[in-house]
Design a protein around this ligand. Structure first.
Ligand code: ADP
Length: 519
């Protein structure tokens, strides 16, 4: 077993502080497929620093069980929901030492492949059962039915994988923890045929159109939205957008009904992991004040990816899931035009296998100028941000987006579509913002290749002017998207939702008054 730094035991009650069960299907570095994992690691850490007592809960995937520190078996459940033995493993996150419980049910979680999919990328056929089981364990823990002397004041559930938890708690008579459900992405809904409903262990009355039924099927996301006490999503703009048919993914009507209980709180950056001044993955470190190391990072990366080592040719990076959401199809079709503009392009991503293949085929046509790396490589992601001059991050929709926040911090100016969290975090470089000193990147609005290319042209034009480029880079690197403010917003919300629980005195720690914790 590995030792965790500053380990906190699961049963420590601090000074009688607010107790939160934070339930997620991904927590970095134990399990990650995207931004949810980053948020589920950094936000609880920031909340713990403010004084909340955070207990994490994660499925016991093989790699998570391997990587967790200070493991011990806390309890055993014999044949819980007909799935053989389930053990609850108490552990700590290996990097930050936060207490985490892992739901170790071998029949459901001990398998090769991904978190939600098999090795060929097909969804596990029993995903409804896997996450229903996870939610039932979570509900019983939250209610104090499993671990002696432990129950939570607030349950913070995240995305569709935890959508049944608010239903289970809502169905409880008597006192129960308050529920907060955070939507990280409306596009992933956890929809299954109606025939699975009887196996989910839920009260029959919730399987109606007014409950969690969605056109005859069941929707875990709809369940979370419908039955939680409060809802958040991960940026203020996305919170407004999902009330519309364009972004609401069929649930905008329900969201409008729940509008009074919905707020948008922007995600943050974990500065422990994403700081070019002390990032261990970089060949040289640098900062906004002294950016000289970035040149060495660019040269090393060009060499690593087989690109011509030319310091003055602008390097554009695309670092993302290769999916429709991230406009990967539009990027692919625009590559010849981008490369015509005397720029280099490097891609790191995985997702749609057809698009992956076509990116690789296209790369063969442009040796030394276009590199396409398919796969998921955390260290390379850091090196790309450090090396790039620009990050191309167009999205059809974007709940928050972390990638552009990392790019800002690493002085790689983001070229983004002005929607969702991208609109909330990147300030377009135009005459006015350049004059005011507020520009941090380049923003386009229309969802097509022409608009994207025109925006790339604006970025390339500024790149050729060394002084204003450097100034915008400096401004971008100085943006503070740390978790402090957002974590206080979440804590304010927890306290509103659970007014009778022990309160953390955030007033003493907050300079500006809380906002964003609406309703
Ligand atoms: P989303 O959660 O929609 O995928 P975000 O921008 O919120 O998008 O978060 C994506 C996270 O995953 C970031 O930490 C990003 O650096 C990382 N990431 C995405 N694709 C890869 C990849 N192929 N290799 C390494 N990291 C990746």
């Amino acid at each position: 077993m590995t030792e965790g730094r500053s380990a906190v035991k699961h049963s420590d009650r601090g000074n009688g502080s607010l107790r939160v069960l934070f339930v997620s299907s991904e927590i970095y570095p134990l399990a990650k497929s995207g931004g949810l994992a980053d948020v589920s690691a950094a936000l609880p850490m920031a909340l713990a620093a403010l004084g909340a007592e955070m207990q994490l809960l994660l499925p016991g995937y093989p790699k998570a069980l391997e990587a967790a520190a200070n493991k011990s078996v806390l309890l055993e459940l014999k044949d819980f929901m007909g799935t053989g033995m389930t053990r609850l493993i108490a552990a700590n996150t290996p990097d930050t030492g936060l207490p985490v419980w892992l739901v170790d049910c071998p029949i459901l979680f001990q398998r090769p492949g991904g978190l939600y999919q098999d090795e060929r990328g097909a969804d596990w056929p029993d995903n409804a059962r896997r996450f229903a089981h996870f939610n039932h364990v979570a509900a019983r823990l939250a209610l104090g039915e499993l671990v002696p002397d432990w129950h939570s004041d607030v349950v913070h559930a995240n995305d569709w994988h935890t959508g049944l938890l608010p239903v289970l708690l809502d169905a409880r008579h008597g006192t129960r923890p308050a529920t907060l459900f955070t939507i990280h992405n409306m596009a992933y809904q956890g929809q299954f045929p109606g025939s699975v409903f009887p196996s989910l262990g839920l009260p029959a009355e919730v399987f109606t159109p007014d409950g969690m039924e969605f056109y005859g099927g069941v929707s875990f996301l709809k369940a979370g939205i419908r039955y939680s006490d409060h809802l958040t999503t991960v940026s203020p703009s996305y919170a407004r957008e999902i009330l519309t048919p364009e972004f609401g993914c069929g649930l905008d009507g329900l969201l409008r009904q729940r509008e009074r209980h919905l707020s948008g709180i922007l995600n943050g950056v974990d500065h422990r992991l994403w700081d070019p001044a002390r990032d261990p993955y970089l060949p040289e470190n640098f900062s906004g004040r002294d950016i000289s190391g970035k040149r060495a990072c660019k040269a090393a990366l060009q060499h690593e990816l087989g690109l011509a080592v030319t310091p003055d040719v602008p390097l554009i990076v695309y670092l993302s899931r290769v999916t429709d959401q991230k406009m990967a199809d539009v990027v692919l079709e625009s590559l010849p035009a981008i490369l015509e503009r005397d720029a280099q392009f490097a891609l790191l991503g995985q997702g749609d296998s057809m698009l992956e293949r076509r990116f690789q085929e296209t790369a063969q046509l442009y040796p030394g100028r276009l590199a396409a790396r398919i796969g998921y490589e955390e260290p390379l992601a850091h090196r790309l941000h450090a090396a790039a001059d620009m990050l191309l991050h167009p999205s059809r929709f974007e709940p928050c987006g972390l990638t552009q926040l990392y790019a800002l911090r690493y002085g790689s100016l983001p070229i983004v579509r002005g929607i969702g969290g991208l609109a909330d975090t990147v300030v377009d470089a135009n005459e006015r913002t350049l004059r005011l000193g507020t520009a941090t990147g380049f923003v386009f609005r229309e969802r097509n290749a022409q608009a994207m290319l025109a925006c790339i042209d604006r970025a390339l034009a500024l790149y050729r002017q060394a002084v204003p480029w450097r100034k915008v880079q400096y401004q971008a690197m100085g943006q503070d998207f740390g978790w402090d403010v957002s974590a206080r917003d979440y804590l304010g919300l927890y306290q509103k939702l659970a007014p009778h629980a022990a309160q953390v005195d955030i007033a003493q720690q907050v300079e500006p008054p809380l906002e964003g914790a609406a309703d």
